[in-house]
Design a binder for this molecule. Structure first.
Ligand code: ZN
Length: 137
């Protein structure tokens, strides 16, 4: 893992949470992005190079909706930046961790991502993310 990239926080209402976190952090969010494939709307705050990612469900079968139903709002995942998600998934699976995504998938913020099962990581949902390689012209 190269760095702490962001902390994902599940919220019921993105507008209310944006206002709360803007007050808490002393700065506004800098973007909102919907990831339709995941059923989430996200907003981002930058705190000294580490992001806070607020996540709101956009449909009832979104993973964020079921998380909030079970556990309420709060910290949802911790994301580490890596150079190569696929390579790290292979390394971690060999070390006994269970990946939820065998193949990296598209996340918010121009990232390729994969999650590790919390049962193998001390109940912390861990996300790995890398910047999506830019298409060569
Ligand atoms: Zn994330």
């Amino acid at each position: 893992m190269d760095k702490l990239e962001h902390i994902g926080i599940a919220v019921r209402n993105l507008e209310q949470a944006n206002a709360l976190f803007a007050k808490l952090l002393g700065r506004p969010h800098y973007k909102i992005e919907e990831v339709a494939s995941e059923g989430v709307r996200t907003s981002f705050f930058d705190v000294g190079g580490v992001k806070i990612e607020l996540l709101e469900a956009t449909r009832p079968d979104s993973p964020i909706a079921s998380f909030i139903e079970k556990r309420g709002e709060g910290v949802h995942h911790v994301a580490f930046g890596v150079r190569d998600v696929a390579e790290q998934v292979a390394r971690l699976e060999a070390a006994g961790f269970q990946a939820l995504n065998k193949q990296p998938k598209e996340g918010a913020d121009q990232k390729l991502i994969a999650f590790l099962h919390p049962k193998t990581t001390g109940s912390v949902l861990v996300e790995l993310c890398q910047d999506k390689p830019t298409a060569k012209p």
